[in-house]
Design a protein around this ligand. Structure first.
Ligand code: IMP
Ligand code: MG
Length: 427
């Protein structure tokens, strides 16, 4: 008999994150056993006691998961990834580039979110997502990489969907702080504008570009560390001190060997096929959308004043993805089909290639020296997901969380640097 759980899983597996769901399940056990739902009736004493016990038990679980991540790193290093315990427990687990101080990160988020004080609401997906973000930030700030590149998605990560980076956006001063620490910034966005003058990117990122240009604290080299990779992995721009804005970087200067083998004919065949499937969906499902074809992308956007519902957008993504995966050109060319919230796009290339191209262009930067911040990590139909293959990641829900995460990162970088200085002084 098919259980409700299996039906749910089959229907929603493309929106789940296996690792987060698994940790949520582990934390649910102490929550249930020590939740003390009667605390509200019995009074503060039993509440305080229950909080103490659950905090200890959540922390112990996070410490155990931390050990499992270390076991995976160790097995990968020894060339025996199949022996990593976590692979057996969470088959969909991805790559880890660094250790994750999960117990310490749990205490930080517990203090902010009162996770263990809750008697009636168990640790949630968002609680765990934020613990993982803090742990990743701490690991990168500790200097193990050291961190050399922070890549950021655009829509929903730096600014609200479809908007631009205005001059008063609170993320701008934090991005300047990162550049000041000799860490490069790469905005890796799906938004693709083929025009080599970069006019549209300059318009959308104006607030940041003006701030970099006007900064008296950044050196010219630090200003040149500001880059934009558009169309996932198709168009590279770099800040130029001479022109005071972005300039186009020729493809030959940064293209990855694995992208050089793509024939233009296959690229256009893939986009033709994607357009055919999206058009069929539009007719069959009667979608209120208009199809847009670009040099390196095809998409469907809502008609003026209309919208398309999330379920229909996901159907278009999953259907197109399936058709392309079974095509000859889809096996030769990397592509990314995703739900942008109000639209659907199929882009040539993906953010794994975008981040990797930046790492190589800036000089052999590795995955453990890179952090990608994005909002779309829910497996299929999410365009930041592929970046996980190239870099450490932080998963944000909105632009405010990006500001928090980057402030946290700068704070930990300074804290660990001060600690190192103190230790060296003692020697
Ligand atoms: P990101 O979040 O910065 O990666 O940008 C994704 C959003 O850019 C999508 O939701 C689209 O609305 C928009 N967009 C504009 N042009 C394109 C394109 O050519 N490909 C993909 N997305 C595009
Ligand atoms: Mg986004």
């Amino acid at each position: 008999m098919t259980t409700k759980y299996r039906v749910e899983y089959a229907l929603k597996s493309h929106r789940r994150d296996g690792f987060i769901e698994w940790i949520k399940g582990l934390l649910a056990v102490p929550f249930v056993l020590h939740s003390e739902p009667a605390a509200y009736i019995q009074g503060v004493e039993s509440w305080t006691e229950a909080t103490k016990i659950t905090r200890q038990q959540y922390a112990a679980i996070m410490s155990d998961v931390e050990q499992l991540v270390e076991d995976q790193l160790e097995n990968e290093r020894k060339g025996t990834p199949h022996l990593a315990k976590i692979r057996h427990l969470v088959p969909s687990i991805g790559t880890f580039f660094t250790k994750l101080p999960l117990e310490e990160a749990f205490y930080v988020q517990d203090a902010k979110r009162s996770i263990s004080c809750r008697r009636l609401v168990s640790p949630s997906f968002n609680d765990i997502r934020l613990i993982l973000n803090t742990a990743q930030t701490m690991a990168l700030a500790s200097g193990i990489g050291p961190l050399k590149l922070v890549t950021l998605d655009g829509d929903v990560t730096l600014y609200e969907d479809g908007e631009s980076l205005a001059r008063d956006n609170p993320v701008i001063p934090v991005l300047i702080e990162i550049l000041k620490r000799d860490i490069a910034i790469g905005i890796v966005t799906a938004a693709g504008y083929a025009d080599t003058s970069g006019t549209r990117y300059k318009e959308r990122l104006e607030g940041l570009l003006v701030a970099v240009h006007d900064s008296t604290e950044l050196t010219p080299a630090q200003k040149r560390n500001m880059l934009v990779m558009g169309g996932e992995s198709n168009f590279l721009f770099r800040f130029s001190v001479d022109s005071g804005t972005l300039v186009y970087v020729d493809r030959e200067e940064w293209v990855l060997p694995e992208m050089e083998t793509w024939a233009e004919d296959d690229i256009q065949k893939l986009l033709d096929l994607a357009e055919e499937v999206i058009t069929s969906c539009q007719h069959v499902m009667n979608l209120n959308g208009e199809i847009i074809r670009k040099d390196r992308a095809v998409g469907i956007i809502p008609l003026p004043g209309k919208s398309m519902i999330r379920e229909d957008l996901e159907e278009v993504v999953l259907g197109t993805q399936r058709r392309l995966e079974f095509s000859e050109c889809g096996r030769k060319i990397n592509f990314c089909a995703f739900n942008g919230g109000s639209d659907v796009w199929v882009d040539i290339g993906d953010k794994r290639l975008g981040v990797k191209a930046l790492q190589r262009y800036l000089g052999k930067i590795s995955g453990r020296q890179t952090l990608h911040v994005g909002d779309q990590f829910a497996s299929i139909g999410a365009n930041d997901y592929k970046a996980r293959l190239a870099a450490c990641t932080v998963w944000v829900a909105d632009p405010d969380e990006t500001v928090d995460a980057l402030r946290e990162l700068c704070g930990y970088i300074d804290k660990y640097a001060a600690k190192r200085l103190k230790q060296e002084a003692k020697k």
